[in-house]
Design a protein around this ligand. Structure first.
Ligand code: PLP
Length: 351
């Protein structure tokens, strides 16, 4: 198959398979269930690979994302949406989803619980709702185990709902806090006579420490499937573990130590994730991508850059998940050859 027109997102399926297997083996060895977050790939075919390897279901962030994934694969039968769902239209879609798959969602306030209960009160089966807990990331989530217990009791008593357990998205290195917060919340809820069937945690940077919080029953890694420059910088993986790269063409070499590629912020995104520069040119650690405009990426080196107009380079982006959201299709590579193109089914699904 001919090389794709650039800029193009390449996904090395051999690396994907290895990344999936590696974490599934860790989880199996530690009695953890795996529920990968599909935000990284947004591809039903990769979700299918994760399920075939042993995942119990998937995680989605948004209702429309879950709809696109289910549409794309009949294998996806168990979905957790890790987001507060608010508003009549989204709730109506949620009811539709719950009629098709085993569905659970999260909530961190009484207002969200009331909305969910209003939508599901007349449904034949209750919606499972987990309480989202803030274990240090300071995004969503109830602030204390005591507040988690109060909300859990409200969910358990709400028409149309069933209490599904506890969920958190901790910051990197936050495993001790996860254990402390979730174990305390679980104990308080069980003291009130309510079982806690699931304790769900996630995040690639700390995934191989997940078992150090034994209260955790399931884990939601997302970026692990592709990896990216931010994870190499944290020492989580090496360049050889990065399955997603952006293939770009050198369109100009205007100075001895500078070249311009056709991948700018529309392909690589401006996400820095705390890093300097916008990506890593494979095989060229001397090069920095120090500046982007929408369609231009500037490569600089302290040495002669040694690139010629028309040649291609492969760039590992800072953050893989946002890059897949930029393209309608990705090009899959197997055995070093481009083997086909896959439509990014859940791209742009932000509602
Ligand atoms: C709620 C939730 N769970 C899991 C993940 C997966 O995290 P990572 O991509 O670090 O594996 C994310 C990522 O944003 C998330 O928001």
């Amino acid at each position: 198959m001919a090389d794709p027109t650039t800029p193009a997102v390449l996904i090395d399926l051999d690396v994907v398979r290895r990344n999936i297997r590696r974490f599934q083996d860790y989880a199996d060895a530690h009695g953890l269930r795996v529920r990968p977050h599909i935000k990284t790939h947004k591809l039903p075919a990769i979700a299918r690979m994760q399920l075939a390897a042993g995942a119990i279901g998937v995680t989605c962030q948004k209702v429309s994302e879950a709809e696109a994934m289910i549409e794309g694969s009949p294998d996806i039968r168990d979905v957790l949406i890790t987001y507060n769902i608010i508003g009549a239209e989204k709730l109506a879609h949620l009811v539709g989803l719950a009629r098709r798959v085993a569905l659970s969602v999260v909530a961190d306030s009484e207002t969200v619980v009331e909305g969910l209960s209003g939508a599901f009160a007349g449904e034949p089966a209750p919606l499972r709702v987990l309480v989202e807990c803030n274990t240090g990331a300071d995004r969503c989530g109830v602030a204390t185990p005591e507040a988690a217990a109060v909300l859990a009791r409200q969910i358990a008593a709400a028409p149309g709902l069933a209490f599904g357990g506890l969920m958190t998205y901790p910051p990197a290195g936050g495993v001790e806090k996860v254990q402390e917060f979730m174990a305390r919340a679980k104990a308080l809820i069980e003291e009130a006579g309510v079982p806690v069937p699931v304790v769900s945690s996630g995040g690639t940077p700390s995934m191989t420490s997940a078992a150090r919080a034994p209260v955790t029953t399931e884990y939601r890694p997302g970026t692990y499937v592709y990896n990216d420059r931010s994870l190499v910088a944290r020492g989580v993986c090496g360049w050889e573990d990065c399955a997603l790269t952006v293939l770009a063409t050198v369109v100009s070499v205007p100075a001895a130590n500078r070249a311009i590629i056709d991948a700018g912020s529309k392909a690589l995104t401006s996400d820095l994730l705390g890093l300097t520069g916008y990506g890593h040119v494979l095989g060229r650690p001397d090069i920095a991508i120090d500046q982007l405009s929408e369609e231009h990426g500037r490569l600089v080196s302290e040495r002669p850059i040694g690139l010629t107009v028309g040649e291609t380079v492969r760039v590992v982006p800072n953050h893989a998940c946002v890059v897949t959201n930029m393209v309608d299709e990705v090009h899959v590579v197997e055995g070093g050859e481009v083997a086909g193109t896959w439509r990014v089914a859940a791209r742009g699904c932000i509602t």
